[in-house]
Every structure is written in structure tokens, then in C-alpha cells.
Design a protein around this ligand. Structure first.
Ligand SMILES: [Zn+2]
Length: 345
């Protein structure tokens, strides 16, 4: 069944201060998410907004130098400055250059941190597929070990806040791994909507991929297990989706699946970097670890760009995003897809 992509455009008419009283029109496109019904808005003019902040990019290097010495995630501190597990057969999980240990300030029943590089600060373009692969594999190992001691914590989360504008309090690159008895609200909403869709026949995610591939405008790449598209209704700027075909949970990923994903994720990071993006959020929307729900729901990672951390940067979460849950986007998913194809090709 083809997926229906609903959108409409409104014209906003104003006279800007430099137009000498003449009217100018900006187009705002409203898009409805075909699965959940949530809305977003796109106005590509917003990318040109002047921002009242010191423009020069950065202080990032300065920040890296200042925070390097007392960083709890740097190799010389990690074993003295990070907490240890009490429920698992090890204090911390170490695999090569990766470390998994508990979050000192958890917001889930099980909440760990995965440090996937010994380097304190790494620009996105320098993060390697191997680091991403090993970081994800170590996180999955932690989830598997956890399953043996707490079966009730069925819903896993693997996420990444890169740099302070994305919510990271520590700049040393790290993933976060959570396991809880219920999924986060957005994951729950997607699983429920997928089940509802499946009740009337078909799998939404399979239909989505078929529809997107046929249309081509947001389709980036199809590999063995992972298909990459840009989101029709983005939750953030430069949103990219990696959809794991026929897999519903993080726990169903094989080392080969992770390798394939990590390779293309590193390519996406290179694209982000080339377009000035240094900060991002990533989340795996995963079904439960103990039941295969791939008949209705496919595991997917959603990645969005966040503002660059210049001093006193302008945040991208205004009232529409934070309080209305209706993001405003400044680049069309179709243009993004075109740019990305050159990197993931
Ligand atoms: Zn560090």
C-alpha cells in the first residue's frame, strides 16, 4: 500500500525593513507524518536568519583544551572517575578502546555511558567507522549482559548527544545506553501507530521504504540491511533516518549489521561536517528485546543536526519545538537527500 505524504503550503506576506514598503512572500510548508500524524513546518528562508551571536567558529578548540585535564572519560581518568556496575559480573565493560560504565546521574533504571574513542575531542569528520562500530557493539554487549540479570528491562535505547548544543555535558564523545520497562514516549507512539497500521494490512516501514524508493526524492541509499532516507516530517534540521529492514530491536543486530550501519554513519558525519554541522543527536527507536515485532515495526536510527556551539549560539528549540512539539525546519528533506547521496553513494 503506498504511503500518503500529506503537505500544504501557506504564504506569509510581510514587508521587510529593507524592501521600502514592498511586500515579500515567504512560503511555509506544513507536513504531516504519515505514521503518527505529528506535524512539522519547513521554511528554507530561515537558514538565512541573521543571528545576534559572535559568529566566529570557535572556541570549540579552546573548550576542548580547557576540559581535557579533568575529563572523567579520558583514558588516564576513566578508571578512577567513573562509577562501576554492581549488578553485572564486571565493574566496567572494556573492549579495545571502548568503555561502558554506569551514568553517574541516571535517568533510567539502567543507564550506561559508552566511551568509544580515547580522544577527548574529535571533530565529526575524524570519527572512524571502526570507533562507531566498536562503540555500538560494546553497547549491545552491555544490553545482552543486562538481559541476564533484569529481564523486565525490555526496552533498550542507544543514543548520542554530541557536544553541548545537543545536550552533552561532557565533550568527550560518548553514547548513552538505557534499558527500561517501558519505551520512551516517542518510541511507544511509533510502535503503537505501526501496530495500528499493520492491523489494516501491511507493514508501515516496508510500505514507507517502497514508497520512498519509488518516489526517489528522499531516498538516499539501500544496502543489505540498512536503508537510508531523509525524513518527510523532520524532528530537527538535516534529519536522516537509517531503517533496519526486517529487524525490530537493537538486540537483533548482528556484527555485520552494525558494521554496515557504522560505515554509512561515518559517511553521514563527513557530510554534516562539510556543511558546517558539528553537533548532533541520534536515537535508535527500538522494539523490545524479548519479542520480534518486525511484522509491524522496523528498528531505525534518527539523526538530527544541532546548532554549532559558538559562544552564546542561538538554540534551535524555540516555543514551537519545545512546547508545541512541532519543529520548524530550514532545509527541505529533498535537497538534503540529494546532498547526502554523494557521501553515502
Ligand atoms: Zn576526555
Amino acid at each position: 500500500m503506498p504511503v500518503e505524504f500529506r503537505r500544504y503550503t501557506v504564504a506569509s506576506r510581510i514587508s521587510p525593513p529593507d524592501a521600502g514598503g514592498a511586500e515579500r512572500v515567504q512560503e511555509i510548508e506544513y507536513r504531516r507524518d504519515p505514521l503518527t500524524g505529528r506535524w512539522c513546518r519547513i521554511n528554507i528562508e530561515r537558514a538565512k536568519r541573521p543571528k545576534q551571536t559572535p559568529g566566529e567558529a570557535l572556541t570549540l578548540k579552546e573548550l576542548a583544551e580547557k576540559t581535557r585535564k579533568n575529563c572523567p572519560f579520558c583514558p588516564e581518568n576513566i578508571e578512577v572517575s567513573t562509577p562501576t556496575f554492581t549488578l553485572l559480573p564486571y565493574k566496567r565493560l572494556r573492549s579495545g578502546e571502548c568503555w561502558v560504565f554506569p551514568n553517574l546521574y541516571p535517568f533510567a533504571k539502567h543507564h550506561a555511558v559508552t566511551v568509544f574513542t580515547p580522544e577527548h575531542y574529535k571533530p565529526l569528520e575524524n570519527i572512524t567507522p571502526e570507533e562507531l562500530r566498536d562503540g555500538i557493539n560494546s553497547s549491545l554487549q552491555y544490553l545482552r549482559d543486562l538481559k541476564a540479570v533484569d529481564r523486565a528491562a525490555r526496552y533498550p535505547v542507544l543514543a548520542w548527544n554530541n557536544l553541548p548544543p545537543a545536550g552533552a555535558s561532557i565533550i568527550h564523545p560518548h553514547f548513552q545506553v538505557l534499558a527500561d520497562e517501558r519505551p520512551p514516549s516517542a518510541v511507544h507512539q511509533e510502535i503503537e501507530a505501526s501496530e495500528l497500521y499493520a492491523a489494516s494490512g501491511g507493514c508501515y516501514w516496508q510500505d514507507l521504504l517502497e514508497s520512498e524508493e519509488k518516489r526517489g526524492e528522499r531516498f538516499v541509499k539501500d544496502s543489505n540491511v540498512v536503508a537510508w532516507i531523509t525524513g518527510f516530517t523532520p524532528l530537527g534540521n538535516r534529519e536522516v533516518l537509517a531503517i533496519f529492514k526486517g529487524k525490530s530491536s537493537l538486540s537483533s543486530l548482528s556484527p555485520g549489521d552494525v558494521e554496515e550501519f557504522a560505515e554509512d554513519l561515518a559517511a553521514l558525519l563527513k557530510y554534516y561536517s562539510s556543511s558546517g554541522v558539528v553537533s548532533l543527536n541520534m536515537l535508535f527507536y527500538s522494539g523490545p528485546m524479548d519479542i520480534d515485532i518486525s511484522r509491524s515495526f522496523y528498528l531505525h536510527a534518527r539523526i538530527v543536526a544541532r546548532p554549532a556551539p559558538t559562544a552564546l549560539y542561538v538554540n534551535d528549540d524555540g516555543f514551537l519545538e519545545k512546547l508545541c512539539a512541532e519543529p520548524v525546519i530550514d532545509m527541505t528533506p529533498e535537497d538534503l537527500s540529494g546532498a547526502l547521496r554523494k557521501y553515502l553513494g
